[in-house]
Ligand binder design. Structure first.
Ligand code: GRG
Length: 296
């Protein structure tokens, strides 16, 4: 058990370092005009994120025996979309967060207008990265582009965010809360797994169990996020605590023990979804266990 934890930590550290390095190479250096934009891009993208979505892309691509070059490019694209969404989520008109990744939220550094423009530039950089990534067949590149656009738009992050804002101050039931978070958070987990698999030779019959795995994982991740917002340490999470005060969360709805039980059920369901892949899914399995027990 301890041995496998150490192995997972080493796997995550190595993959995170690879993604950090590749992201750094894809953003123009500080001082490139307009300097404030490139300062903002680097602040938002290269801060100490966990890179979980990028690592999920890599793990799914490894499962599907994808090219390492393609997988790394796509991991960067997914992390760019994620960073773009965090900037908007933190704005005063949304969560009004002051801290992100242990540093001031972007709008506190460059102002709201520049933060919004940086978010758009990151989305643009994500799709540019998909187009320029080598090692992909044209059909796969097209499918990956569609997968990401769907995850971002009304059927994904944007739809979830709008539902979240509409529900602020109201008491949501479990179905409504699940709708918000399966879109706002879950959609990018599903896209990460799918995009990674499409970098390889995944067949349609492999995609469905992977989507199911990622759907359960993404929702479990959100519930652990709610638990950390309620009782986690801002020094560990690098975020403000208690921002969800006016919102229904899995903790306000189910209590701490109920939310933990839900996490266990969802992670168990994610593990069952991996059954068809046998030992090939070892990293995806370990990744799910990490989400179950994370404290940051
Ligand atoms: C235009 C891309 C785009 C989105 C617009 C603002 C918005 C719609 C959606 C918000 C999506 C969002 C930020 C969901 C929260 C998900 C979440 C729990 C984020 C925290 O993820 P971590 O802990 O963060 O993995 P790090 O910093 O480690 O990457």
């Amino acid at each position: 058990m301890i041995g496998s934890r150490i192995q997972l930590a080493a796997y995550l550290d190595e993959r995170r370092a690879r993604i950090d390095d590749a992201l750094d190479r894809r953003v123009p250096s500080l001082g490139t005009p307009p300097a404030i934009l490139h300062e903002a891009l680097r602040h938002a993208l290269l801060g100490p994120g966990k890179r979980l979505r990028g690592i999920l892309v890599l793990a799914a691509a490894e499962l599907a025996r994808g090219s390492a070059e393609a997988a790394l490019g796509l991991a960067c694209a997914v992390e760019m979309v994620h960073a773009s969404s965090l900037i908007l989520d933190d704005l005063p008109c949304m969560d009004d967060a002051s801290v992100r990744r242990g540093r001031p939220a972007l709008h506190r550094v460059v102002g709201e207008a520049n933060a919004i423009l940086t978010s758009v530039a990151l989305l643009d950089l994500a799709f540019d990265t998909v187009q320029r990534t080598g090692g992909l067949r044209d059909a796969a590149r097209g499918a990956i582009t569609c997968c990401l656009t769907e995850a971002i738009g009304a059927r994904g992050l944007v739809g979830g965010q709008v539902a979240d804002l509409a529900g602020t101050g109201a008491r949501l039931d479990l179905d409504a809360l699940e709708f918000v978070h399966s879109h706002k958070t879950g959609a990018l987990f599903i896209a990460a797994a799918e995009v990674g698999a499409l970098a390889g030779r995944a067949r349609e019959r492999d995609l469905e169990p992977l989507r199911l795995y990622a759907k359960n994982l993404g929702l479990a991740f959100q519930i652990t996020d709610d638990l950390l917002d309620y009782s986690g340490s801002p020094a560990r999470t690098g975020k403000d605590a208690g921002l969800d005060r006016d919102k229904t969360t899995f903790v306000t709805l189910c209590g701490i023990d109920g939310a933990r039980r839900l996490v266990d059920e969802l992670i168990d369901a994610a593990l069952v979804a991996l059954t068809p892949f046998g030992r090939r899914a070892a990293h995806l399995r370990a990744f799910a266990e990490l989400v179950r027990t994370r404290d940051r």
